[in-house]
Structure formats: C-alpha cells, structure tokens
Design a protein around this ligand. Structure first.
Ligand SMILES: NC(=O)c1ccc[n+]([C@@H]2O[C@H](COP(=O)([O-])OP(=O)(O)OC[C@H]3O[C@@H](n4cnc5c(N)ncnc54)[C@H](OP(=O)(O)O)[C@@H]3O)[C@@H](O)[C@H]2O)c1
Length: 276
C-alpha cells in the first residue's frame, strides 16, 4: 500500500530518540513539513530550532511531555542502553522503531523488563532521502497495534516520502537490505563512475558533475515516467553501440546479477543478526 505525502495539518508532537544520520534526515523532512513542538534526545545536536527541545541525556527527558509517538532512531547496539528511560513515555504513546533488525518481540520484552508491559512497538525502515521528502519507508505493525496507531505512523511517515506496509515481520530484513541500505549502493555507483571518468582523462570536477547528474537524472526519469527499469535500460542501449558493450560486462552472470544478489543477501542476513 502506498500513499501520497504531506497533508497540511502539523505533524503531531514526537519524541525522537537519536538524531544522527537517519533520525536527523527524518527530522529535516518533518521540520520542512510542519512539526508540532517536539523533543529530541541526542548528545550531539544543539541546532534544533525552537519550539522543539533537545536533551543530551535520557535522564533529562521532560516528564511533562506527552508525545503522540516515540521514534526510536538509535543504533540497534544502543537499544538496551536507551530503552529503560523510554518506558515511562511508552505507557502513553506507541514506539516507532527504525532500528535495523531489532524485533517487536525483543523490544517489547525489554520495555516490559523496564516496567512497561503494555508498550506498543511498530517497526519502520526508512531511508535517508526522507530528508528531502523523497524517502521510502516500509512498516510492520504487530497484531497488538490499533488502526489509529497505524494511521498515526502513516501520517508521520508519509510526510517524508512514500510508505508501504508488510504483513510478516521477517520481511523487514529484505526491506532493510534493499531500501534502507539501498541509497548507499546508488551513491557507490556515482562514486565509481566519477573515479573511472577521471581515470579516463576527464577533469575531476566534470567527472563528478556528470556522474552525479546521471544518477539523479536517471532516478527522476524512473520516478516520473513509471516505466519499468528494464525498459528504460533498453531505451539507452543501441544495438551494437557503447551501452551494449558496457552491459555485456555488467550483466555477465558472475558480475552484477551475482554481486548485487550476494550483497543484498549479506545485508539481509546482517539485519537478522542485529535482532539479538
Ligand atoms: N543511516 C541510515 O541510512 C539508516 C536507514 C534506516 C534505518 N536506520 C536505523 O536508524 C538507526 C540510527 O542509525 P544512524 O545511522 O542514524 O545512527 P547514528 O548516526 O549513530 O545516530 C544515532 C544518534 O543517537 C545518539 N544516541 C543514541 N543513544 C543515545 C542516548 N542514550 N543519549 C543521547 N544520544 C543518543 C547517538 O549518539 P552516540 O553515537 O554518541 O551514541 C547518535 O548521535 C539505526 O538503528 C539504524 O539501523 C539507519
């Protein structure tokens, strides 16, 4: 299921836990879309504009603040450290975890241990283009979450891009490996095209510009036309021409088809490992 972004009402107040690469990207998107006064927990940020508040330490979270949703965007390895401080808030609001791998069961068990046995945890896997409203976020709602809680997550996440929902939690590992990590694969492509352009004798600035513009232009074309990627590729590939030569290298069975498959499977396996 997908939805258009940006209804006009302000985004309800959030408690954002972790405002690094991903939390910061989401926050940038929410600020651009109109965010009700919210609280951010991050020890490195002091640039969040009023009326939002930043606290550096979980012990300083304002007890009088009632968020509509707690967005958990700390590293998975930091979950055990931060969850106990969130238990009082989790009695009042659902948690939306964007942590790779961490399961609903594991997070609710940790919150129960911290004194909040009724916490509702929903999972989401966003990506960094959320910073400019171009994110892709895939969510999983466990049976214990209500329709209203799911609608709240949809409202908040559709403000920063496209959304979709999976019905089985284990599907989140594949999502993480494709859309969560995926921007890095595309950025690597831009890096490598720039490097080879320079190696072939182009001025470095020109190589950088044409590599970046090619990636962004191809992304915009796929988005705006809705045409299948394979068809768009064929439209570039003149029989007997230059692209065909390049693709005969890239599409050899032991080249990109195998390499990308192995890479995505490795990322998905790592997501599973991060559960514990
Ligand atoms: N990066 C992505 O593209 C991406 C995409 C999808 C999902 N995710 C998920 O998003 C989560 C965050 O990833 P990230 O790349 O944004 O990590 P990050 O850049 O390290 O951001 C996390 C931030 O939270 C801070 N923090 C964590 N616990 C804290 C605490 N108890 N008190 C104060 N500050 C605290 C961290 O500070 P310290 O470093 O000092 O702890 C850091 O600034 C991860 O679970 C990841 O799986 C990331």
């Amino acid at each position: 299921m997908s939805s258009p972004a940006s209804p006009s009402a302000p985004i309800p107040p959030l408690l954002l836990v972790g405002c690094g690469q991903m939390g910061g990207a989401m926050l940038a998107g929410w600020l651009a879309d109109g965010l009700a006064p919210s609280v951010v927990l991050d020890r490195h940020r002091d640039d969040i504009p009023a009326p939002h508040r930043v606290v550096r330490d979980a012990a300083d979270l304002p007890r009088d603040f009632v968020p509509s949703l707690i967005v958990l965007a700390a590293k998975p390895q930091k979950a055990a450290e931060v969850l106990p401080a969130l238990a009082p808030f989790a009695r009042q609001a659902p948690i939306l975890s964007v942590m790779a791998g961490k399961t609903v069961g594991g997070l609710t068990a940790a919150l129960a241990d911290a004194g909040c046995p009724d916490a509702v945890v929903i999972r989401a896997m966003p990506n960094t283009p959320s910073a400019i409203g171009q994110g892709m976020t895939v969510c999983y709602t466990p049976p214990g979450a209500s329709d209203a809680q799911r609608a709240l997550c949809e409202r908040i996440l559709s403000a920063i891009g496209d959304t979709a929902w999976v019905t089985r939690e284990e599907q989140m590992d594949a999502v993480t490996a494709i859309s969560g990590s995926g921007p890095a694969y595309v950025f690597l492509l831009a890096e490598l095209m720039e490097q080879t352009g320079t190696a072939l004798g182009l001025p470095p600035e020109l190589a950088r510009r044409i590599a970046r513009r090619t990636v962004s232009g191809a992304g915009a074309l796929i988005e705006r036309t809705g045409v299948d990627a394979a068809e768009l590729r064929r439209r570039v590939t003149s029989p007997g021409g230059t692209t065909q030569q390049a693709l005969s290298v890239l599409m050899a069975p032991d080249a990109w088809p195998t390499t990308l498959d192995r890479a995505i499977r490795a990322a998905s396996r790592r997501a599973r490992e991060l559960a514990s």
